[in-house]
Design a protein around this ligand. Sequence first.
Ligand SMILES: NC(=O)C[C@H](N)C(=O)O
Length: 164
Amino acid sequence: MNITIINTGGTFNKRYNPIKGQLEVPSDNIALDKITQSCHNVEFEIKNIVSKDSLDMTDIDRQTITDAVIESKNEKIIIIHGTDTVDLTSAFLKEQVKNKKIVFTGAMVPMSIDEVEATMNFSMALGFLSADIKDGIYLAMHGVVVDASKLKKDKSIGKFLIQE
Ligand SMILES: NC(=O)C[C@H](N)C(=O)O
């Protein structure tokens, strides 16, 4: 299986900078590399773009992500994205991309702090793409992979829940 990963940052990637004394979004793929090294039957193309907390993303960033999706050689794509505005970016993408299988994912806690949640969310996206699915824009978080418009972050409890 061939998959393009578009890494846009978000908490999934964050690491603590001991000099500045704060968590930062790095522009590398260290968190992803740790997971993908166990995926022996998948050929990954990884593009690292934007590298922001998604609260700082603009529509210019969203167009950059959309262009990367359109230019991608693979029809199966995982987008690592911050959880706070993944709803905005997935809706933005839906306006322009109809012919690919795209799964957004991310994490509430950085991979560098808790490997379980980030690895689980990414693995669900990967497993979903290995099945026979329709073109669409999906979100893999907290135990489910569904149409991205149906899974919303409940900011009062810090969890993604399905909206009926
Ligand atoms: N958990 C997260 O990813 C939240 C972060 N503020 C973001 O949207 O990038």
